[in-house]
Design a protein around this ligand. Structure first.
Ligand code: T4K
Length: 373
């Protein structure tokens, strides 16, 4: 392959069979039940819980509203320690709840919150930790839980990237007090837009149901300041069909990830992330880090790839802590986030999705190799 005839983007959503979706739409058209806890909604929750290996899951309209509701449900106030190396929704969810984010630096290998750096940031105002399983690589869940237990903190995982991820055969979503998924179109598993909260008991699930439906406990009673976070029937029906396909899609993503690893591993100045041991991953992203001994800077490579019709993304650059709305926070200043800053300056996420042609993967890898000559 000498050039790409059309643009290749960082991702492309997987879609279910249109005829099967049409069959589900006919059911919805027949019942005229569009949202507010319909049959597809409850079927989807049951099927998801089974697939993911979790006890209780509540589906939402998107991942951001799920995050907002998760924090609200635990009545978190004061300060929460979180990572700057994520999508901005992670920190926005704190601010929307009136919580002050405190940024903690990350580990240089996976880009997840560094447990060794958490303790020194804990104050009397700290109420919770909000780590992210960034790129779907599990955060240091055991160390994080130990710190939380020692200091009486809640743990809410932003697991937006971690659909289906397991450690030692156990879902990563079972760690912490709550975990939050995103089913956005760009995610490994999508319902167009969508999200979910995983919790560990029926009482919390009922609380989440109340919060996502404006706080109504019955027709005439509002018990709390809720929100409209409900997933509609079209999303849920779509999601049910997606569940039948997800294993095959993840398998194809793994093949692409393995091929990139093989083709890029020996290029000077290109560093990837090796698979976490004892984990089942979902290959949601393929980040590479452009080191100083590569011939081009990260941005030069990013632009040159665009010239060749390859539209990568620099997730997560800039750091959340570098956006003007957060950059004045004390933990964001004075070089305290040096590892996160370095990774943000070096990262490029290469295209990865189930339908990506392996010849395109070879073409992209070839370009990266040739630009270094
Ligand atoms: N926490 C974390 C850690 C997250 O990463 C996210 C979302 C959230 C929380 C919040 O969850 P949600 O509220 O979104 O459920 C995307 C997504 O919009 C966002 O969901 C995601 N993280 C973030 C990492 O990436 P953009 O602005 O990069 O997306 P966009 O529209 O540029 O799409 C990227 C590429 O994907 C496009 O160049 C082409 C392709 N694409 C995209 C869409 C939407 C398609 O081919 N079809 C499509 O429909 O934010």
């Amino acid at each position: 392959m000498k050039e790409l005839s059309k643009p290749v983007y960082v991702t492309q959503p997987s879609l279910p069979d249109l005829n099967l979706f049409y069959d589900k739409l006919k059911v919805i058209w027949g019942s005229k039940w569009l949202t507010n806890n319909g049959d597809f909604h409850s079927d989807f929750e049951k099927a998801l819980a089974e697939y993911l290996g979790v006890k209780y899951i509540s589906v939402f309209t998107n991942g951001t509203i799920s995050l907002l509701t998760a924090l609200k449900s635990l009545k978190i106030t004061g300060e929460v320690i979180t990572t700057p190396y994520s999508f901005v929704a992670t920190t926005h969810a704190l601010k929307w709840n009136g919580i002050n984010p405190v940024f903690c630096d990350i580990d240089p290998v996976f880009g997840n919150l560094d447990p060794k750096k958490i303790e020194s940031l804990i104050t009397s105002k700290t109420k919770a930790l909000l780590p992210v399983h960034v790129y779907g690589n599990p955060a240091c869940v055991n160390e994080i839980q130990e710190i939380a237990d020692n200091f009486g903190l809640k743990v809410i995982y932003d697991a937006a990237h971690a659909f289906g991820v397991k450690i030692d055969g156990q879902s990563v979503l079972n760690y912490g007090d709550l975990s939050v998924l995103s089913f956005h179109a760009t995610k490994t598993f999508n319902t167009v837009e969508g999200g979910a909260i995983i919790c560990h008991n029926g009482k919390m699930k009922r609380h989440l149901e109340l919060l996502k439906n404006f706080g109504f406990s019955n027709e005439t009673t509002v018990l709390e300041v809720g929100i409209n976070g409900k997933m509609n029937e079209l999303q849920a029906a779509f999601g049910l069909l997606q569940l039948d396909l997800i294993d095959d899609q993840i398998r194809k993503r793994k093949e692409i990830s393995d091929l990139y690893q093989e083709l890029l591993i020996n290029i000077t100045g290109i560093q990837g992330i090796k698979d976490v041991q004892n984990s089942t991953l979902n290959y949601s992203y393929f980040p590479i880090f452009i080191k100083p001994d590569y011939k081009l800077s990260r941005d030069e490579l990013y632009l040159k790839l665009r010239d060749h019709n390859i539209y990568c993304r620099r997730y997560f650059y800039p750091l959340i802590s570098q956006f003007p709305v957060y950059s004045k926070i004390e933990s964001a200043c004075n070089g305290k986030l040096s590892i996160a800053s370095t990774l943000a300056e070096q990262v490029i996420c290469l295209p990865i999705y189930e339908g990506l042609d392996k010849d395109i993967v070879r073409f992209i890898s070839n370009c990266i190799e040739e630009f270094n000559n």
